[in-house]
Design a protein around this ligand. Sequence first.
Ligand code: NAD
Length: 494
Amino acid sequence: MNPIPQHIPSLINGVAVPLRAGGFDIPVINPATEQTISLLREADAHDVDAAVKAARKAFDEGPWPRMDIEARKDILYAIHNIMMAHLDELLALEVMHAGLPISSVRHHVIRAAKNFQMFAEVASTVAGQTYTQTKNYLTYVTREPKGVGALIAPWNAPLALASMRVATCIAFGNTCVLKPSEFTPLSMLRMVELFHEAGLPPGVVNLVNGRGHITGVSLVSHPGIDMVGFTGGSHTGRAIMAAAGANLKPCILELGGKSANIIFESADFEQALDGALVSIYSNNGQQCLAGSRILVQRGIADRFIKAFVERTKKLRIGDPMDPRTEIGPLAYKAHMERVLSFVEVAQADGAELLVGGKRAAGFETGYYVEPTAVLAPSNKTRICQEEVFGPFATFVVFDTMAEAIAMANDSPFGLVSYVWSQNLAETMHCSRDIRAGVVWVNTPMMRELRAPFGGYKESGVGRDGATTSAEFFTEYKTTSIPIDPVVMPRLGLG
Ligand code: NAD
């Protein structure tokens, strides 16, 4: 493993931006130990401008958008291969800065690498159209890369999510500037270094590091970008869309969620129980697609909640580097405090604390929180309406299918939903009537990366996925050519 640099720089044209005297540094902290691992040197507006100009030059003059698709595919495959060859290193960095259990991060890193392979294939099948209906004309439609992407990523699954943004952008011939979360820059720096070792031309992916209100704002409001790809909170998404909108730049936004996990009496009890636990507690509960609102039908509610609480008590909390750990520390201190503050929020609205609710005992250091569950009296309570983004499950009991669907939809969000039922009519009604971008029936978190993924309402704008990403990251161009000379009005003949 390469030693972690004392300073995490930005990378422009594949080269580290020199540290200037007086620059602003942000400590990068290991959430398991609270130790400072490194210092992130924040990119200011000047650095962001240089990064956008590098991406602009690579797009306007460089080989990447003009490259034969087979050559571009070779480089994208080389990126996959080099990331897989450095799997252990990327894994260690990801665990170190994000506190995610190593057992679950392994598939994030593999998926990050695979994104480049998959979108290489998608890009190589993008085709145009022809129209011959209008007599004497051939009109054909070609697809072109759109330009320079401003890509902003969150901290909760840094490699998996940033790689998705980058792969979908560059596979179609675009160039970009990536801004990772200021909390998780380690694996991002290494990933972008590896891109260049794999043969990616300079300027195609540039990296700027820093906080959202400094580096992020400079990037999304820069007039030199052509589109914005963002994954993060809904509040931030709103600010980003407004900034991009001022320059008429399109956005794809993957935002927050408070997804309903509906457990019907007809469900396979053990499957639903395993699914409910995985969908709220994996990734330390820090996932947009968490099944955080567990709606359980009255006939099985007591038994289900009791079994869920028993299993929650037995979750293995610990060092995220230990492969047996199921719950690691939350990503940073203020986030841990915010998650814990929801216990009072829930209780103030009449919810019953079933398990957890405190910092985990036995951990002198580290942002460890006990996996928590509450039973809310109504879906109208704040704990059912707001995203906690931690290992915090909220139960609500329902009687009828119509009531469950109404509750699922009574939310500002609409990212995903889960349905556990052995009754075909129940699953079909839920699939049809729930207003969410994804419905998982009798399975937790099945990510088919080719299919559209994204949210209704405040959970997002646009969709990731094979055809949907191609749609966002390419422009259509229509060319019309007459077969015989056209007859037209002859102006200016006097
Ligand atoms: P966040 O919105 O606080 O930050 C995300 C990124 O945006 C960071 O890089 C941050 O520095 C940057 N940023 C913040 N303010 C900015 C601004 N004004 N302009 C430009 N950039 C700015 O989100 P987070 O706390 O890092 O991530 C958690 C959130 O992300 C949760 O709400 C979660 O649901 C959501 N999320 C959604 C998906 C999805 O696919 N829908 C996936 C993962 C996470």
